[in-house]
Each structure stands twice: as structure tokens, then as C-alpha cells.
Ligand binder design. Sequence first.
Ligand SMILES: *Cc1c(COP(=O)(O)O)cnc(C)c1O
Length: 433
Amino acid sequence: MISRDLQANEQGHLLLGGVDATQLARDFGTPLVVYDVGNIRQQIQDFRESFDQSGLRYQISYASKAFATVAMYQVIKEEGLHADVVSGGELYTALQAGFPAERLSFHGNNKSVAELTMAVDHGVGVIILDNFHEIQLLKEVLAVRGTSVNVMLRLTPGISAHTHRYTQTGQVDSKFGFDVASGQATRALQEVLAVPQMHLIGIHAHIGSQIFGVAGFEMLVQKLVSIAAEWRDDFDFVPQILNLGGGFGITYTAADEAIGPDVFIQHIAATLKASSAEANLDLPEIWIEPGRSIVGPAGYNLYTVGSRKDIPNLTSYLSVDGGMGDNIRPALYQAQYEAVVANKLNAPQQETVHLAGKYCESGDILVDQAKLPRTEPGDLIAMLDTGAYGYSMASNYNRNPRPAVVFVENGQAKVVVRRETFADLTRLDESYL
Ligand SMILES: *Cc1c(COP(=O)(O)O)cnc(C)c1O
């Protein structure tokens, strides 16, 4: 059984945002990335309502690395959110989309002078400082430009969310941020306070990704409040904003026990109120940076079934027309997904196969143990919950063009990223003759 509700029409075809998935495949081809925009808006609304009920002052900043295109920034703008960018390219895309620069936070552990200059020149809302080198670079940029900017300090609080090693970022030996335990964070504070052109508005930490429990966030809130109280006492400085990062987990398979935004926010609010009162600190504003939880469940990758290899008494491979080039997560960190046959949604699951991609890597398996109805060449596979870190990590490996991206909402479909052509693949190539 598939661990979520899916909608089908009377022909048993999967409906996405009110549009028949087989129609999308016919109109736009496969592989195809589809986003149900209503689902994105609903996720945002759920976060908002949870915060509104908590009584906290807050800001939700979409971590755009999960899926960053012009159309996506436009939806986020429309919904009134902030957004995180982590590169000049994301910043450029957001600006192209007409996203207000003052609602952008600029992240990254190795921002270049060019990126910092670009951020300052466009009036980015806040630069999240990651390391001492960057403090120096930004100081120089601000001196040259004769301007000032809001900053936050990214801290490494020594809290690790219990997830896959590659998606842990808050533990002491992380590559990100100023380490709290060794005193780096305090040194960074002193350096930044000495630069009048840097307005330190808050502190930030991001403890990991695909988090299923509230405990890590509770510990983080306590830790950041205690740092704020310590800095008040020692330096007469109080950070106004505590930015808790993202990492809210989603359900990919029945093994994932995702908890809703309401539960996360209730626990964050309760811990914040208690620990702020105890430290005699005015209630700080809370920022969060959800990426995966905003776009993951809204995304679907559609593929057409092609060849099949049955190894007698052993196993079967069912191959589709996409794979690691449009979703590298299974190959990169054994990410698990569920898949359905979109044109036979109500057919009973009859077999278990390796759902394989078309790329020249044995590791290009999209779903290791896919439980599916009997399929034939031409059937349409929908992989579920592919909206986060799928298209944004897509590549041209094997010189396969990247798929088109379509937004569906209220029965309408709109291409928001065109499919790459073969000509696009050689666009940057120069002859050596
Ligand atoms: C990646 C990242 C996020 C988003 O993480 P999700 O797991 O997608 O919610 C938020 N903040 C920072 C600093 C990040 O690096």
C-alpha cells in the first residue's frame, strides 16, 4: 500500500492539481517534473497557522536550494514568505523573479567577494555570516561600497539531529558556522560588534535535515536563548532574532513518521517562552527555514516504462526514461521513495521490482524495492514526493537533457522550466578544431 492519499479520475489515472497525469505526459513528454502548487501553498499555510496560534513573532524563509526557479520564487513571493539563497546564482534567479531583495537571507560557507558584493549592491535583507574569513571579506566590501548591511551569525551549537550523516550540520565537527563550545562564536560576536556597518540582528543554527522529532529543536532553542542571555550579560548585546534553520521531515515511505508543522511549532514556542522567562529575556522573534517540507510532498517525477530485465528466480529490473540525472538522491544517499503506475492507479500491486534509471551507473536505481502492478512498456510511473532536492540537483550526466518542470493548480498546467534540447547541451561547448 502507498502511504498517502492519491487522487484518481474514473479511468484510474493519477490526478495532480486536478490534471490527469497521463495528459501531462502526452502534452509535455517524459521524464517530467510536476509540482502541485496548491500543495505548496497548503504547506506554507500550515506553518503560518501554527505560528499564528503560538503568539510568537516569526518569519518563514523558504530554503530555496530545495527547488529554485523563477516560478518558484514567484509563488513564494506571492505567499509573503522570505527566502534563503546560498549562491550568486540563486540570488540572481530570485531577483529575476522579482523577489524583494529585503526578504532574502544569504547563506553559504564560502561566499565569494563577488557574491557578497552582489548581495550588498542589491540590498539583500540579511547576510548570514559563516566564518572569520567572511567577516573580513564583508567588512572590505562594505568599506568599498560605503554602505551597511544586516547580518546574523551562523552558530554550530553542538546539537546533532539524528539523521543521515550527509545531512547533519549542527554537530561540532560540521563545516558550517562558528563553533560555540570552543569560543569561536563569542569571538565572532566581538569582531562583528566592532564593525559599525554590520548590524547584527540575530543568531542562526541549522541542526540537520529530514528531522522527525522535536527534541533537537527544543535543545536548540534552549541553547540559543542561553547564548543570547550570556551575550547580554557579557557584552550588553541581545540578538533580536533566533533563526532555527530548517530540516522538518516529510514522509517519503511508510517508514517515515513525519510530524506536522503544528507539533514542531508548539514545542518550539513552549520551550522559547519557558527558557526566555527563566533567562529574563524578552521573547525573541523566531525565524525558520523550511525547504524540503515546503516543496517535497508537492513534487512528482513522471517517467515512461521502457525495457525490462527478468533474472530467473532472482529479481527484475524495470527501466524508465529518467533516473539519476533528474533525481540523484537515491544514488547519492540511498534516499527512499514510493512509486505508482499513474495510468493504473487502482490496479493491485502484484510484483516487486528494481525501478531502474537509464543512466550508465549500476547505482542508478530510483526505487530499490518498488511494489507495482504488472506493467508494460509505455506505462506511466509517478515517483512521489520528489519536489525537494530533485530537479535542483539535476545534471546532464550521459548528456541527457534535463526534464521540463510543470506547475499544476486548479486543473491548469503551465510549463515553468522548458525541457532542455540537444542544442542546449552543446550551447557552452567550443570547438577545438
Ligand atoms: C538546507 C538548509 C535548510 C533547509 O533544510 P530542509 O531540510 O530542506 O528543510 C535550511 N537552512 C539552512 C541553513 C540549510 O542549509
